[in-house]
Design a protein. Structure first.
Length: 133
């Protein structure tokens, strides 16, 4: 069925829908956008602490923690951007695969089309196998 539930053999239970993949890619892109200003916000907050903190030794530790968070933010943005691209590529690949499978089945024809072709060949007096023996 359309809900993605498994179907009986020969049924339509296995279907590929683009929309969930594309929504996931949009979500990953949105995370990239949301994380964009975080480094600048972290920088502004850090400047305020440094200005008010003077020569406290905790400021050095705060700098290490800040650098760690900046790396994490950059990694998260990179991973989300990569994920969005990979999800869109999965949609493209699956769509091409679906089309190739469909074309393969279309080339074979349906039993009704094959029967119609055989009947037309019989009516014209040519062998149904195209004369190949």
């Amino acid at each position: 069925g359309r809900d993605g539930a498994p179907g009986a053999a020969g049924g339509s239970g296995l279907q590929h829908h683009r929309r969930p993949w594309l929504r996931a890619a949009e979500g990953a892109d949105h995370l990239v956008t949301l994380l964009g200003p975080v480094r600048a916000d972290l920088d502004a907050a850090h400047r305020g602490v440094v200005a008010g903190g003077g020569a406290l030794s905790a400021l050095a530790e705060l700098g290490v923690v800040r650098a760690s968070w900046e790396r994490r933010i950059d990694q998260a943005r990179g991973e989300c951007g990569s994920l969005a691209g990979n999800l869109r590529e999965a949609v493209r690949v699956q769509s091409r695969s679906n089309e190739a499978v469909k074309s393969g089945f279309d080339a074979v024809g349906t039993p009704a089309a094959v029967s119609a072709g055989t009947a037309a060949a019989a009516a014209s007096g040519t062998p149904g196998d195209g004369g190949v023996r």
